[in-house]
Ligand binder design. Structure first.
Ligand code: HSE
Length: 401
């Protein structure tokens, strides 16, 4: 097939935008160039000529010579408006905005069909790891049973440096921000929202199930202390923030929760901003993809790969999703395929025992209290975790065992 030339209108010139600019300039054989870049801040010093920039999104959205829009801004609502307008104008879009994709997936799917345009987003999950296109294409006929792994570079970076370098949580979070790993609002990283959005996207491409963000429970490392790291260390374990999406019978369990992992796990030695995704299939068995999950150049390279895919008119086929959709043509409520009522064994560190009252505790295996730290090891009904969902005030640290 004759590859076509790509003329790009870029939204955003932050960490990933600049990474893309660099990797595109060093790529060989790709007939793509960035024509204009829309940014917000007129006063920010830029590393490239002022002539590239515009501050008016319409300059790009109404530009006749652009055939691809690359959206790399961090505000999910503004990103959605841009992407929608571009697709309605018949232009294909590359984005890495997992929050925007997760919050608006149904509408974005319909816009792809209605306008016969591509919306591709390899950079939105796993950074440099080519996971979405692999789930979509390579495993298109494989009966997958599980996709799980480390999908947030910031959490993994914090956990690694706390454990291996005895560093303080807030200092390493700052370093994660300086290195361009964290979101502008790092709460999205540390509280597990970013992992949850990525889990939602992988669940679509692995199993054809579309969930809403609020259907998926998430908690993160926002309340972790060195006591938790020490608890793991003394038992030969490590704490990893995991995305989990797997099949049990004809239902699926999907969540984003820190886990203890032991040496036998391939995730044990995945450190710093690296991500890892374990894919299990009936015939392929377990395969693990590892790579840098955050940062300017790794994510820029995933975006570049999407741009390259557009030179041969690539689109996601959504093969598994189309099987679920069937003849109705409408995306079903994925939530009905999710199991919520099951026991899960957790380590829960708390300050005030009352905070556990909202959980349906089935049994307690161990309880430890001291002047410094209190924890229980308990089996809890998973669905009751939603009772303590997203409460910035709760000081619980929850880790699956
Ligand atoms: N904040 C994200 C992370 C960036 O830390 O993984 C990459 O999606």
């Amino acid at each position: 097939m004759e590859k076509k030339d790509i003329t790009i209108g870029l939204f955003g010139f932050g960490c990933v935008g600049q990474g893309l600019y660099d990797v595109l300039n060093h790529s060989q054989g790709l007939r793509a160039n960035i024509e204009r870049i829309c940014v917000k801040d007129k006063n920010k010093p830029r590393s490239i000529a002022a002539g590239f920039f515009t501050y008016d999104k319409e300059d790009i959205l109404t530009h006749k010579d652009l055939n691809v829009i690359v959206e790399l801004i961090d505000n999910a609502d503004e990103a959605f408006a841009i992407v929608k307008q571009a697709m309605n104008n018949g232009v294909s879009v590359v984005t890495a905005n997992k929050k925007m994709l997760a919050e608006n997936f149904r509408e974005l799917y319909d816009l792809q069909i209605k306008n016969s345009v591509a919306l591709i987003y390899e950079g939105s999950a796993g950074g440099s790891i080519p996971i979405i296109r692999n789930l979509e294409e390579y495993y298109d006929n494989e009966l997958l049973s599980s996709v799980r792994g480390i999908l947030n570079g910031t959490c993994n970076y914090i956990l690694t440096r706390m454990e291996l370098e005895n560093k303080d949580y807030s200092d390493v979070l700052k370093d994660a921000q300086v290195n361009g790993f964290a979101e502008s609002d790092p709460w999205l990283d540390v509280a597990g929202f970013d992992t949850k959005f990525k889990t939602l996207l992988l669940t679509i491409h692995a199993f054809g199930i579309v969930l809403n963000p609020e259907d998926i429970f998430n908690t993160g490392i926002q309340n972790i202390t060195y006591d938790d790291i020490l608890y793991a260390k003394q038992r030969g374990l490590r704490i990893k923030m995991l995305a989990v999406s797997y099949k049990v019978g004809d239902k699926f369990r999907v969540y984003a929760i820190p886990h203890f992992v032991d040496k036998s796990s391939e995730l044990f030695n995945v450190n710093y901003e690296y991500n890892a995704v374990e894919v299990e299939g009936a015939y392929s068995c377990k395969q693990t993809f590892v790579g840098k999950g955050a940062g300017s150049h790794p994510t820029g390279s995933a975006v570049l790969s999407d741009i390259s895919a557009l030179t041969y008119d690539y689109k996601y086929g959504y093969k598994k999703l189309k099987k679920q959709i069937g003849i109705s043509g409408k995306i079903e409520e994925g939530k009905s395929l999710i199991e919520y009522d099951f026991p899960i064994k957790l380590y829960i560190r708390y300050q005030d025992r009352e905070q556990l009252n909202e959980l349906e505790i089935i049994s307690v295996e161990e309880e430890y209290k001291s002047s410094g730290t209190n924890y229980i090891i308990a089996t809890v009904n998973f669905k009751s975790l939603f009772n303590i969902y997203d409460k910035r005030g709760n000081k619980l640290f929850i880790c699956a065992i």
